[in-house]
Design a protein around this ligand. Structure first.
Ligand code: MRU
Length: 366
């Protein structure tokens, strides 16, 4: 997607060991600086990649998976021994627990390189990471097309713009390009549908501000709301559908996503608002029968104690809204039960949660 006049992805490689380059690097957009400042950073080592994920310079399930895949490649470019491969996989998988994309991507790279002699490992790891990045873009484009059909159907039923509520950031910043929940919104906007997005702020990390930044850059009409506003908007007929992303989808269609998603699904169910989850294939965890087995990340309480923003004088700063001794809790994700979900948008089409085993079958066939 575009930032100003220039097309960006959320991550890109700047050299490859295959090109004979001694010091390959990966470049990311530092999302801890957004929406205030657009800064890119180079990742040159395993430690850089692990830090970028755990400090949330990169975030969003698909993007942390791709960053971790490149992290293995960076580690192998420095030292392609079995011991360093073990260390890289262990370190990266430990950075964040909930999004299954991360462990999935690391496992994909590891499986490709483990049987190889050391000298060829880095180049193959790099190629696999690049392939996974390209596949993410292709799959998200497909999510956009299938989601667009749903939005078109909603638009056909009413006059005036359709109003979509989204939670967190599941846009191109959270993936490699397009995004997951936002892909249908971008494609609907590009197709000329009148669309307006309600953007949940998403405390404590305020990923909704990233969504607003993305939507503004693409000229998509939107309004940022406090996290507690969604129920009221649904009750008063101001939301036509909710679309969110996911960090892990269990085999029965239970969905883990950013904390607060469950409350939006409850309000949607109570008010007859369709609730869609848009996910690429690596977000499915077919090993889990239901959402009870999903590891919910508990993040540092300091995120609840502070907000980041600009003063009236334009100075960027953290403001502490609670004294340090006050107890806080910071669960990062929650699980929305399948029964509250109208449809799961996948690269193969949109399925009722009870039908998503068909997606596994299609994956096997492919
Ligand atoms: O903690 P984050 O910002 O990494 O959480 C991201 C989310 O929960 C997104 O909604 C989810 O990963 C889907 S992203 C395409």
């Amino acid at each position: 997607m575009k930032v100003g006049a220039q097309h960006y992805r959320s991550i890109w490689s700047t050299a490859s060991p295959m090109a004979g380059q001694a010091s390959p690097t990966v470049t990311i957009i530092d999302q801890t600086e957004l929406p205030h400042t657009f800064v890119t950073r180079e990742l040159a080592t395993l430690a850089d990649a692990a830090r970028a994920i755990s400090h949330m310079q990169v975030r969003g399930a698909p993007l942390i998976g791709i960053t971790a895949a490149y992290g293995v490649a960076l580690a192998l470019a420095a030292d392609a021994s079995d011991a360093n491969l073990d260390l890289a996989c262990r370190t990266l998988v430990a950075t964040r627990p909930t999004a299954v994309n991360l462990a999935w991507a690391v496992a994909r790279v590891e499986k490709a390189v483990r049987p190889l002699p050391s000298p060829s490992r880095a180049a193959v790891a790099w190629a696999v990471a690049s392939d996974l990045a390209e596949a993410d873009v292709t799959q998200n484009d497909a999510l956009g097309r299938h989601g667009l059909a749903l939005l078109q159907a909603l638009a056909d039923q009413k006059s005036g713009p359709i109003h979509i509520l989204t939670h967190c950031n599941a846009g191109w910043l959270a993936a490699v390009d397009w995004g997951t929940a936002l892909a249908p919104i971008y494609q609907a906007h590009d197709a000329g549908l009148a669309i307006h997005v309600w953007v949940d702020e998403t405390r404590p990390r305020s990923q909704g501000l990233l969504t607003s930044w993305e939507l503004a850059a693409h000229s998509v009409p939107h309004t940022v709301i406090a996290d507690n506003a969604g129920g009221h908007l649904m009750q008063t007929g101001q939301v036509d559908a909710c679309i969110v992303g996911a960090d892990r989808v269990a085999a029965n269609g239970d969905v883990a996503n950013k904390i607060g998603t469950y409350l939006k699904a409850l309000a949607a169910d109570d008010n007859g608002v369709p609730f869609y989850v848009s996910v690429p294939l690596p977000t499915f965890d077919w090993t889990l029968a239901d959402g009870r087995g999903i590891d919910i990340e508990e993040r540092d309480g300091s995120e609840v104690r502070r907000v980041r923003g600009k003063s009236a004088a334009g100075v960027l700063a953290d403001l502490y809204v609670l004294p340090p001794e006050r107890p806080v809790a910071n669960p990062g994700f929650d699980v929305t039960p399948a029964r509250l979900i109208t449809g799961i948008i996948t690269p193969h089409g949109t399925f009722a949660p009870s039908e998503i085993s068909q997606v596994a079958a299609l994956r096997e066939a492919a």
